[in-house]
Ligand binder design. Sequence first.
Ligand code: SF4
Length: 242
Amino acid sequence: MRVDLQKGFIGCGLRGEKNKTYMTYCTYNEDDLIQLSALQHFVFCKRQCALIHIEQLWNENQFTAEGRILHDKVDTADRESRGNIRIEYGVPLRSLRLGLIGKADVVEFHRQGDTWHPFPVEYKRGKPKADNCDKVQLCAQAMCLEEMLNCAINEGALFYGTTRHRQGVIFDTALRTETEETARNVHELIRSGITPKPEYSKKCKSCSLVELCMPKVCDTKGRASKYLTGFIDQQDAESDLL
Ligand code: SF4
């Protein structure tokens, strides 16, 4: 069994899904596809999303390094079988409907009778988050798989490195709606080319871009101009003293 971006899904019987119709309509061209991970960045912080996907900034810190090592471990495997579960690693994903392209860490295929049900699993460092950023990313993966394989996927899981815990995620209407809206909003953000101003919050402590973003040097309205004006005035005053 193998998932191929070009050829679709090979060798998966989806009996029992025959009577269902899954609408797949293209709203984006290949050239317009954005990275699926941008949805996670957007829900976490719109500015972080813009810094990475508009300004192409990235900064490796402890959190991203740990996350990368976790993903590298997943990526070194290819596929395996455990009884009624087959596991594919590093599965390429694409949705022309949502305009997304990316990769799933792991897609398990659970056998029920003659049918293999896809079950995406995303590996994350740390622990479950207060917001929905990881769930939206996972749901987007499921929606890509649904479009590619013409099937329905009702659930998946997030595996967190710190807690070593696997959290089940149901792809209900509310999460699907949030995921679709997020995809549209990320496309709009990237099309606008405008990076939102920083707003310091608790999230900034774990943000990989905190040193590049410098949210604390901006004023409470998120403007860097006040800080810069003060800095320049100070420089001018010092040079007058020389
Ligand atoms: S440091 Fe804070 S405001 Fe800046 S990108 Fe990160 S989370 Fe967003």
